[in-house]
Ligand binder design. Structure first.
Ligand SMILES: C[S@@+](CC[C@H](N)C(=O)[O-])C[C@H]1O[C@@H](n2cnc3c(N)ncnc32)[C@H](O)[C@@H]1O
Length: 212
């Protein structure tokens, strides 16, 4: 059974710990330095918490495509992707949501629709993949040369934050993530000008660079 079913989808935005995790998505997306009109892929997009941030960056002529294997999570994302009202600041770019496995090249090619992406984001998603390197290989088939890549994921808190390690492990376990997957280490060596950040006592890791 997929743990990202209807109940999780309904409660995710409230219970998934945004006060802890939002910092990663904001930092990663800002560091991508997206431009108006660009095409961005969000893998494991979940309930679409990244969508307003991405739409703001790519503007009315931009495109955001979210891929997730959970129909229920995509339904929640669809509500965030509804045509923006004038005051919401999201800019009115188009959003397309595709259900499927982010490790499946065919799914990613269908998501790309024949046009490579200028950037990809994976926030708190790669650590759920049994084989993050397979996801990365599939992603490279749909990225334009020089595409921006942002991976945001979790690790055990360290130093003075180590006291929170059991909580962090519980949060990851509840979400089906492997806290020790360190999925960014698969991607980082493939990037040019890679930069990395550590937040929340090392629990939130952000790697951003350019795919060469
Ligand atoms: C912890 S949530 C993160 C959602 C979102 N990226 C965020 O930052 O809030 C992980 C998401 O990845 C999705 N997911 C896990 N494995 C996947 C896979 N192999 N292909 C596509 N989506 C997947 C789950 O359905 C879930 O929506």
């Amino acid at each position: 059974m997929d743990r990202y079913g209807a109940l999780t989808a309904r409660t995710y935005d409230l219970l998934s710990g945004e006060p802890v995790y939002a910092v990663g998505r904001h930092l990663g997306i800002r560091a991508l330095g997206l431009s108006p009109g660009q095409r961005v892929l969000d893998v494991g997009c979940g309930t679409g918490l990244n969508l307003p941030l991405l739409l703001r960056e790519v503007g009315p002529s931009g495109h955001v495509v979210g891929v997730d294997r959970s129909a229920a999570m995509l339904d929640a994302a669809r509500r965030k992707a509804a045509p923006p009202g004038p005051a919401d600041g999201s800019g009115g770019g188009t959003v397309r949501l595709v259900q499927g496995d982010m490790a499946d090249e065919g799914v990613l090619r269908a998501a790309a629709g024949g046009q490579p992406f200028d950037a990809v984001v994976a926030t708190y998603a790669l650590s759920l993949a049994p084989d993050p390197s397979r996801v990365w290989r599939a992603l490279t088939t749909v990225l334009a040369p020089g595409a921006g890549v942002a991976v945001v994921d979790m690790a055990r808190p360290t130093g003075i934050a180590a006291w929170a390690a059991p909580l962090a492990r519980l949060a990851c376990w509840l979400g089906g993530a492997d806290i020790d997957a360190h999925a960014w280490t698969v991607v980082q060596p493939e990037l040019e000008a890679a930069r990395s950040w550590s937040r929340r006592g090392g629990h939130v890791r952000v790697v951003v660079g350019t795919w060469r």
